[in-house]
Design a protein around this ligand. Structure first.
Ligand code: PRP
Ligand code: URA
Length: 209
């Protein structure tokens, strides 16, 4: 069964408080999401495999460590996932980025896929699906199914805030996928918003309504 990790680094938790605050404006919201994404990338890459390398320092030859070359792919779910890409690329600059375009139909709450463009070698990459919000789980579930259909084998999901309902969907449908969160919230409201949540992540990031 996939594991759920709540990343409780004090800087992540502090910044998340201001992301949640309704008085935080678009510019600051965007900056904070970017910063938290970078901090989450730091945590999520903790276990990347290393291998030995030989180098020469100005003093002597020595054996040291470099990343073992596991190739990473970031897969933001459009639109709101875009807000977390640059922060992650600060730490993983060589990652490839694929895009899955989904929106949630406001009536049915079901995801509708409108775009997909992926690196050609996704089956060899460690993929991190990124979306600030995991609410009903419909969007992330569809995105992960789409990736698997196209050959992805190794997938993790990273979100800022999740509802228990969404976590359960991913655990049921994708027991192989570990989930990384900044917070696991209480529930969904009748409109499918996360409570207490942070509102509509896409609208707050891009200043739309
Ligand atoms: C939001 C969010 C997720 C989805 C989560 O996107 O960014 O993709 O809702 O909800 P779910 O778990 O119930 O599927 P939205 O559909 O509002 O599109 P946007 O990113 O274009 O604003
Ligand atoms: N999508 C959002 O942007 N926010 C929520 O609370 C739920 C879905």
């Amino acid at each position: 069964m996939g594991n759920v990790f709540v990343l409780d680094h004090p800087l992540i938790q502090h910044k998340l408080t201001y992301i949640r605050d309704k008085n935080t404006g678009t510019k600051e919201f965007r900056e904070l999401v970017d910063e938290v994404a970078m901090l989450m990338a730091f945590e999520i890459t903790r276990n990347l495999p290393l291998q030995e390398a030989s180098i020469e320092t100005p003093v002597m030859e020595t054996k040291t460590k470099v990343l073992a070359g596991k190739k990473i792919g970031l897969i933001p779910i459009l639109r709101a996932g875009l807000g977390m890409v640059d922060g992650m690329l600060n730490l993983i600059p060589a990652a490839r980025v694929g895009h899955v375009g989904l929106y949630r139909d406001p009536e049915t709450l079901k995801p509708v896929e409108y775009y997909i463009k992926l690196p050609t070698d996704i089956s060899e990459r460690e993929l991190i699906v990124i979306d600030p919000m995991l609410a009903t789980g419909g969007s992330a579930n569809d995105a992960i199914h789409s990736l698997k259909k196209r050959g992805a084998k190794n997938i993790r999901l990273m979100c800022l805030v999740a509802a228990p309902e969404g976590v359960e969907v991913i655990k049921e449908e994708h027991p192989d996928v570990d989930i990384y969160l900044a917070a696991l919230d209480e529930k969904l409201d009748e409109k499918g918003y996360i409570v207490p949540g942070l509102g509509d992540a896409g609208d707050r990031l891009f200043g739309t309504k």
